[in-house]
Write a protein of this length. Structure first.
Length: 542
């Protein structure tokens, strides 16, 4: 619980620690916040900074490397910086796509972690004004000989299938691989693809002075609090039950209503902008919209529909409750927006308004509970060039000559062992739980080199493949990245398609460990070289 002197205390006998450390902010970052505000931040403000300056939201350890990736090309309509990348398909059509991870939540609560991973990436596509048409799920687990790994595998697959099937978006491809390093700590990545008319893209359009912020969808609860600042930034312990409150809870049927309502709002020209409430919740959506507009904002927390009593301001601000979108609306269109949402059975509550100035002012019960510059949250976070060092064991590993490795047993036994490996065996058990034919546009589904989805009413189709080899990346991250991009390009080409662009989902350990940072930097270098060779720009990632 919080105490008045800015520390966090727990059970009797626990050592108190400063609030900012409990929120995963360093002492230096805290001093930077104090200097920016000219005063000590209160609890609500500190929670906002902790969320927005987290690794998850700010990319503070990775963006210095990500900037080296090629991101431009004649086919790119929207590159990094938006909720999803967009490429031109010709004839006025565009493909919107993005890949994200939900690994930590899935390790804590596999069903809900995976399900809400699907929901979040779908809303990213929706926020660009596109209809979601396909899902893909690259997954990594530990050996299935361990009961815990079987539990995680079954829960994740069930969560993806239940959510995707319920919202009517086909799961058309992905990967499932197994390795000891993923025991109890799976990699759960989800990709979504959407189609839109190129001229109808929302593209994060800023609002204007007087524009109203309308919160659409589910009510706000305490689920997901701390998801980006604590859960997503810390190493998981063996016993993760205490982290379950940081895992969001999904409702796919509300998501389906949200999809249809937001697409209709966009088609009727009622939106100036649309943003998903994902990581950091209302804080992220409002601060990014405000900073993009170059304005200030008055936010009224009393207007936020809440499903739990006595929520504190910081809880409302950083809750990651699912199935919520923030619309930027002209004042004269607010009534039309709320009316259309009511038709779909959705709540739509005006919660804020843009005004001159750059401050985001938050009120609760009529009192100002937070006042911070929006750009301080979104653009002025720390940026680190972390120390990087090649692992000491790597040279010895490269010195091994596989040609002289002794054969264990006969060739026949080796052949049977390879075919019996979970990495070689059919993954039909997993992908048969997914509806890959819903919407009726799937040309090639799970098990194909690449999934192929038709643009309804045209002779065009889009091919998509998710690829990666963790063993290659472990032994040589530069060449592993080259291989991953090349494999994806080959799979797309194998179904007769032209590779256009990539999105990435980079799953690494603690960036404060030099060997992890070295592997990350080498991976980016390899990915960049491969993308330049294939002329496939990077449109975004995670």
């Amino acid at each position: 619980m919080a105490t008045g002197d800015g520390v966090i205390t727990g059970r009797a006998g626990d050592t108190a620690e400063p609030r900012h450390r409990a929120l995963a902010l360093t002492d230096e970052e805290y001093e930077r916040i104090v200097a920016r505000l000219g005063r000590e931040p209160n609890a609500a403000e500190l929670s906002m900074f902790a969320a927005m300056w987290s690794e998850h939201c700010s990319y503070k350890s990775s963006k210095i490397h990500l900037r080296t990736l090629p991101t431009k090309g004649p086919q790119v309509l929207v590159g990094p910086g938006e909720d999803a990348g967009v490429v031109d398909l010709g004839d006025g059509m565009a493909c919107v796509f993005k890949l994200e991870s939900h690994s930590h939540p899935s390790a804590v609560e596999p069903f809900q972690g995976a399900a809400t991973g699907v929901g979040g990436i779908v809303r990213d596509i929706l926020s660009m004004g596109a209809r979601p048409v396909a899902l893909l799920d690259p997954l990594r687990f530990g050996p299935l000989t361990a009961p815990r790994n079987r539990y995680l595998f079954a829960g994740v697959v069930s969560g993806i299938g239940q959510y995707g099937n319920s919202i009517g978006v086909p799961t058309v491809g992905g990967e499932v691989k197994f390795a000891a390093c993923h025991s109890a700590n799976p990699v759960v990545n989800v990709m979504c693809v959407g189609f839109a008319a190129a001229g109808a893209l929302l593209r994060g359009k800023p609002g204007r002075d007087g524009s109203v912020l309308v919160l659409i969808g589910a009510s706000t609860g305490r689920d997901g609090i701390g998801g980006v600042s604590v859960l997503a930034s810390r190493t998981l312990e063996e016993d993760s039950h205490a982290s379950r409150p940081s895992v969001q809870v999904g409702d796919p049927f509300s998501e389906k209503l949200l999809i249809e309502a937001c697409l209709e709002l966009s088609e009727r020209g009622l939106l100036q902008g649309l943003q998903d409430l994902g990581g950091a919740g209302l804080t992220c959506a409002v601060s990014e919209s405000t900073a993009r507009a170059g304005l200030g904002c008055d936010l009224d927390l009393d207007a936020v529909p809440q499903r739990e009593p006595n929520m504190e301001p910081f809880e409302i601000l950083v809750s990651e409750s699912q199935e919520r979108m923030l619309a930027v609306v002209r004042p004269q269109d607010v009534e039309a927006v709320t009316g259309l949402c009511a038709k779909w059975g959705l709540s739509a509550s005006p919660v804020g308004r843009f005004r001159p100035g750059g401050a985001l002012t938050v009120r609760h019960h009529g009192e100002v509970v937070a006042e911070v510059p929006a750009v301080a949250l979104t653009e002025e976070g720390p940026e680190y060039r972390r120390p990087a060092a090649k692992p000491s064991w790597l040279d010895a590993a490269h010195a091994d000559d596989p040609a002289v490795a002794p054969l264990q047993g006969s060739l026949e036994e080796a052949f049977v062992a390879v075919l019996g490996s979970a990495n070689i065996a059919s993954k039909r058990w997993a992908f048969e739980q997914y509806d890959h034919l819903v919407q009726g546009q799937t040309v090639a589904g799970p098990g194909s080199d690449a999934a192929v989805v038709r643009l309804e009413g045209t002779l065009k189709a889009v091919a998509v493949s998710c690829d990666g080899n963790g063993r290659y990346g472990h032994l040589d991250p530069y060449r592993g990245a080259l291989h991953a991009v090349a494999e994806a390009a080959r799979n797309v080409a194998a179904v007769g398609a032209q590779p256009l662009a990539i999105t990435n989902c980079l799953n690494f350990g603690n960036p404060e460990r030099p060997e992890v940072m070295w592997a990350f930097a080498e991976t980016i270098r390899g990915m960049g070289d491969a993308c330049r060779a294939f002329a496939t720009p990077v449109t975004g990632g995670n």
